[in-house]
Design a binder for this molecule. Sequence first.
Ligand code: CA
Ligand code: CA
Length: 306
Amino acid sequence: MAVQPDSNHSSKFFRKDYIAIDGTNAFYKVHLERRSWETARLVCEAEGASLFYPVDEDEARIVMQHLRQTVGVFNRVFIGISTPYSKYIFETVDGTLMADVYDKWRPSQPDDCNGTDDCVVLDASNGLLDDYPCDAKLQFICKKTESSLKWNTLCDSPDPDYEFVDILGRCYKLHLTPRTWSDAYAVCRMEQSYLAIPNTQGEAKYLAKLMDRAALHKDIEYSGVIHLGFKKTGTWKTTYGVPLYDSGYKNWAKGQPEGNDNICGSMSNDTLLSGVNCEDKAIFICEHEISLLKLSIDTRFGTVDT
Ligand SMILES: [Ca+2]
Ligand SMILES: [Ca+2]
């Protein structure tokens, strides 16, 4: 039988900010900004990945080597191992015992030195491990395995929760955890999308329909509004810097917008816009444009022979 084109070919691309490292069957991203262990875990999750820990000595060696060559020298990184339930019972973010993965400690570690050393760091220079305070701020690496990757073809995204909307030619994802405006903005950005901006009456109507799904979830705090991707800083602008009055949709609710500065855009389920306190928590929708589909298949999968 002739060799068929690999039907899983799309699994060789995750996100453009992640790199595939030969010999690991996975994608990695180094976060050079420093975070606590828990925040690092959440950042990786928001990117559709998980906080990296080496599954074995090979992966520890290959990844460290690759990072030294590409990122340069860096110090300790948090890895996805901690003691979530009991002292000295180290478990991975996937819930397996550390003894089943890479567990090369530095000499005389773990020592629970501060009584709070419940997270594990990897010394990038020698590949050895140490238990460390979880609230320290360190760099970290996120990882996505090829086998965990299911491609959302319609939305050209690894996130299965994005829904393609034919008439609008783009994808949306409803987030049901209420957040402040800037946290909602960050979540959409981490998903390589942006906080939804209605540009037409039709799009506003679709967003309203989508937000109505929240009412089906009795367990969430749904105030009948969503955050949208515009804000008043001097004047009302979308997060793309376009004056709201040029963005195509400006149907304000009665008495809106108010004069205050530093208020954020929102919409109620009657499709009317209003300004709200940016610190108010609300559910939100991320909007995802499909740009990668325009690229040729070879560019996308990076299969050009060298
Ligand atoms: Ca220690
Ligand atoms: Ca839009």
